[in-house]
Design a protein. Sequence first.
Length: 202
Amino acid sequence: MSAAFTVNQSTVVVAAAANQTLPTQESDGTNIVYYNVTISNTGNSTVTSGTAGTFTVSNALQIDADGELAVDAPYDNDGTLTMVGNAILHIRQQITDDASELGTAVVAGSGTIAYEDDASQTVFTRINATTAFSYFNLLIDNSGAAVASVEAATTCDVDGTLTIYDSDADFTSTSGNLKIGGGFANYGPFTPNSGTVTVDGP
């Protein structure tokens, strides 16, 4: 991408039926700060972020129904996160632990948020350490010695299905609780420690 690329207060819409890459840096190495990003890809395609720099959105990130976004750079969303229908968000690097974490507001729809790093991650459950939000489907698919840990002393609320993908995926709740409103598909290590697990789905 050219160093002359200017986002300002515009919306970048990625809509196609083929895999695409959404750059995270300009050609001179400057990090791109998107204002609004809307992912509207179709046909089992995936939009993948660049790996350099940070994937940064300042106002609103929306993934439409059937849309799929894989963030391969550190994730820094300083705006809202809206998942429409069965949207999918793959988080494959660290989430910036600031005043927004996943977003200043999180609307999960009936979508899936997947934690997939090969380094340990925090599964955030609050915005700015104060406002709780719910996942719909939560997928844990980390690898190697990485552990996905529920934000300490909170409740991780999953309205749909929690899936621990395979034997490499390690999920733990050090001092928090876990509430599952749908199903629990556990194919890997799960360590609740002192937390309480409540399954109140069908």
